[in-house]
Design a protein around this ligand. Structure first.
Ligand SMILES: [Fe+2]
Length: 349
C-alpha cells in the first residue's frame, strides 16, 4: 500500500503495525480509505501475520468516520453483541467499548470466544484520549500465549476442556454483585424467554432458568482453537477472564506493573470479596470456569496463563483519532484502569 507501515518502538514482533500518513501525502481520511482498499491484500496479510494495525495521524473525528475506516478493512460489520461488558450504541454498528467503571480491569481476551461465530475482526477508536499512563487497550498475541504455556499446563488445557458458567439477573432487578456485569434482558436485547432460549441454543449455551427470574448460561469449549486461516494454535477462550480468581489475580498484576496506593487498595479489596465468594457454589457464581467435567481448575494453572499473557503484553498509549484493527482469531485485547475522561468505541466484523 502507498501508506507508511512499520512496527512501533513498543511493538513486539510487529504487533501492532503502525500506519501513518505518507510524509509527502495528504493526511486526509479519504487518502487512508483509498489506500486501505487499494492495498487490501497487504492489509489482510499484515493482519494475519502481525495480528493488528494501528492507524495514527488521520482525521478520524466522528463515529461515522470510524465506521468508514473499519468498513475499508472489512465491510461485513455486525451489531449483535453477546459479550459480558455493558455497552451503549453510538450508531447502528459503533458502540462504546465498555461502560464498566474505570477502576475495573478488563483482562485480555479475544472477543466473544464462547459464541459459535466469534468476530473475525475487531476495531477500536479513541476520540478522547485518557491521561498518560492509564486507560490503554493492551494487545497480546494469543498464538504466543499458547506456545509460551509450560508444557504440562498446555497439555491439561488441551485435553480437559472448559466449562463456562454465567449467571444473569432478570429484568428490573438492581445490580447486587460487583462481578455481575449485566442482566439477561440487556444481554439478549429481549424480555422474551423463548427468544432467549432460541439465541442460546444457536450459540451452544445451555439456558437454565432459576428462581427470582435469574438465568444461568453454561457452555463447554476447547481451550485451543486453530486459527481459521493459518491453522496456528491459539489460546482462544475466556477461562482466565471468567474464573473466580480473575479480579484479584488481574489487579495484582496491574499493581506490579503500575504501582499505586489506589491499585493496592483495589487488589486487596478484590482478594477479600473473592474469598467471600468462594463459599458460593460454582454454578451460582456470576461468572466462573471449570474443567469440562465440572471439576475445579487449579488456580496455579490459570496463573500460568496470566503470566504468559502479561509476558507478551503490548501497551501503547492512546492518541486522539487512533484506530486499531485486530485479527480477533489471533490477538486479544483488554483495558488498563484509568481515571478521568476517556472515550474508546468499538465495532466488529
Ligand atoms: Fe472485548
Amino acid at each position: 500500500m502507498s501508506l507508511t507501515a512499520s512496527p512501533l518502538p513498543a511493538a513486539r514482533d510487529g504487533l501492532p503495525q503502525l500506519i501513518e500518513p505518507a510524509p509527502a501525502g495528504l493526511p486526509g481520511l479519504d487518502a487512508l480509505l483509498i489506500a486501505l482498499r487499494a492495498g487490501a491484500d497487504d492489509v489482510q496479510e499484515r493482519l494475519r501475520r502481525h495480528g493488528a494495525l494501528l492507524m495514527r495521524g488521520f482525521p478520524v473525528n466522528t463515529p461515522a468516520d470510524f465506521e468508514r475506516v473499519a468498513r475499508a478493512i472489512d465491510d461485513d460489520l455486525k451489531n449483535e453483541y453477546l459479550g459480558t461488558s455493558p455497552r451503549d450504541a453510538v450508531t447502528d454498528y459503533v458502540f462504546s467499548a465498555s461502560e464498566l467503571p474505570g477502576f475495573y480491569p478488563i483482562p485480555q481476551h479475544c472477543e466473544m470466544t464462547f459464541t459459535r461465530t466469534p468476530p473475525r475482526r475487531i476495531f477500536f477508536w479513541c476520540d478522547i484520549e485518557p491521561a498518560v499512563g492509564s486507560g490503554e487497550t493492551p494487545l497480546v498475541d494469543f498464538r504466543k500465549v499458547w506456545r509460551d504455556l509450560p508444557e504440562p499446563v498446555r497439555a491439561r488445557f488441551a485435553t480437559r476442556g472448559l466449562r463456562m458458567i454465567r449467571n444473569y439477573a432478570g429484568p428490573g432487578t438492581q445490580k447486587q454483585d460487583l462481578w455481575q456485569l449485566k442482566r439477561w434482558d440487556e444481554m439478549f436485547q429481549t424480555t422474551d424467554r423463548a427468544e432467549v432460549e432460541h439465541i442460546a441454543a444457536r450459540e451452544g449455551f445451555e439456558a437454565v432458568w432459576k428462581a427470582s427470574d435469574r438465568l444461568a448460561l453454561v457452555s463447554t469449549h476447547d481451550a485451543m482453537r486453530p486459527h481459521p486461516e493459518t491453522g496456528e494454535p491459539v489460546w482462544f477462550n475466556h477461562a482466565q477472564v471468567f474464573h473466580l480468581s480473575t479480579g484479584p489475580a488481574e489487579l495484582k498484576r496491574i499493581f506490579r506493573y503500575r504501582p499505586s496506593l489506589r491499585g493496592l487498595f483495589w487488589w486487596l479489596a478484590a482478594e477479600v470479596l473473592t474469598a467471600r465468594k468462594r463459599r458460593v457454589a460454582s454454578d451460582d457464581q456470576a461468572m466462573h470456569c471449570t474443567w469440562r467435567d465440572g471439576s475445579e481448575i487449579d488456580r496455579a494453572d490459570l496463573d500460568a496463563v496470566r503470566d504468559a499473557i502479561w509476558r507478551n503484553l503490548v501497551v501503547i498509549p492512546w492518541r486522539k483519532g487512533d484506530v486499531v484493527a485486530i485479527d480477533n482469531h489471533a490477538v486479544g485485547h483488554g483495558r488498563l484502569p484509568y481515571r478521568g475522561p476517556r472515550r474508546v468505541s468499538v465495532c466488529w466484523a
